[in-house]
Design a protein around this ligand. Sequence first.
Ligand code: MSK
Length: 595
Amino acid sequence: MGPCRITKKAKEGVCGATVDTIAARNLLRSLLGGGAAHSDHGREIVHALALAAEGTSSAYKIRGPEKLRKLAEEYGLAIDGRGDEEIARELADLLLVEFGKQKGTLANVRRAPQQQQKNWAAVNVTPRGVDREIVTGMHMTHIGVDNDPEHLLMGAVRAALADGWGGSMIATDVSDILFGQPRPLRSRVNLGVLKEDEVNLIVHGHEPTLSDVIVAAAQDPELLAQARAQGAKGINLAGICCTANEILMRHGVPVAGNFLQQELAVMTGVVDVMLVDVQCVFPAVTELQKCFHTKVISTSTKAKFPGATHIEFHEEKAMETAQAIIRLAIENFTHRDPAKVNIPSAQEPLVAGFTTEVVFEILGGRYRPSFRPLNDGIQTGRLRGVAGVVGCNNPKFPHDEYHLAMVKELIRNDVLVLQTGCSAIACAKAGLLAPEAAEKHAGRGLREICGAVGMPAVLHVGSCVDNSRILTACTELVKEGGIGDSIDKLPVAGAAPEWMSEKAISIGMYVVASGIFTVVNPALPILGSRYVEELLTKTFEKHFGATWAFEEDPIKAAHLMIDHIDRKRADLGLPLPMYEVPYAPKTEQNDVKAS
Ligand code: MSK
């Protein structure tokens, strides 16, 4: 009786569960882990908003009042004559209800284009409460409950939509309210941002609730004086993974690296504290810290690491906790072993901080913000389409190379690329997030658009939860008109070329169910069932107007996306791309396998 795995010997379990049931059930279970992680993150941020509104924690303030009022209006709250805190209190209560909702469907569903809402209703996957979908999915996957593979996949779609349009979207919106709306800013990336003569504190994980306060605390004159008294020239903050993306987007804090660089950062010998919260933290970092002077400090009530110093974080005492952690880093600075110091010089400049609102302004001007120029660019064929390339590193593949090969191929073919997570960090390290890179790597049409407004051809839109920005951007493209009246008609595509996290399964599923064709590598762990594979890669088209695709070669995967974009252009009667793309012979530079 389990664990339920498909093997060559056993075509079905003792209970009679078939390979199709097992594959669909296991996929749903994994997806629920990912959706739960995103959505629980969202809940924490709303909790911090409630504290800011009540004035219970001095560390949090409303830094995005415009977004607060916009969201409050959307939720039907009165805003005239009311203070930000009063509105925020009421809004936080309403948003918390979205997690535990027992009646009706998620409020954000109404943000989606009409066709997407109809598609979801037709197959009964309109998400209800965020927590409810996760609990229901867990129940469905219990032994002897749901054994219909297609029905299990629909449970997966509903839970994923509750993540994308619910938990993740709420996390993004409320982070913008609480920590401020990102705006384009310059920063640097790669291990070279660590400094030999300063106290180095790395924040790693996903939640901005503590790291945002750490940014403020690191500028405290008293702590800076303490650092100088220990012989350091200053306090240097840097990030890994999506905590990095959160404080990069809003404060320009440099990024030390992505998922597969967390151990390498410790091995520079200059990381005085590695502060970890939740998600994507290697258990190995605590073992590795024994070889260096680094102190790994865990902070979440949900995540403890044997061997780490645990300083539990509670929003009510955010500033005191941040200061205590920085003090520990300062003390630890003196324990470095100079013989072990080895900081690679690599670092690249980048521009990050793009959001749906910012792209509006950049393209349409501050006083007439609009997506019109973007839609015009697509309609005329100067721009072929838009792609989201997101997700993790996976040690099964050469670090970052699949991201880079795919993104370069897309922009060479005049496809504007939006990025989040470790994929954005990968491209930043290769210099692709600098506006100047468009000149070198983008096709002529994309180059003309980027050159006219001074933006990169690859836009960093944030952390993993900020994939919800891609959903809202697509919705705005639909609203602007002229390139399709629903998301599935747009010339857009998505990809995760090196995914590994369960969150990526949830992201991929809500993106596909929202109408965006998505290619991933590695394939989802369902290939033991031809039936489940067919449902995901073929049958989904009739339900959602989009499917999953699996392709390891990043150049071939990029061309699956480009072909899809071209098909959508043809369906809409749009002209062929304005400029021909020069032939690129295979070289070591663009051949990932060879390199
Ligand atoms: S951090 S989920 S490795 S993108 Fe968001 Fe990177 Fe994937 Fe973690």
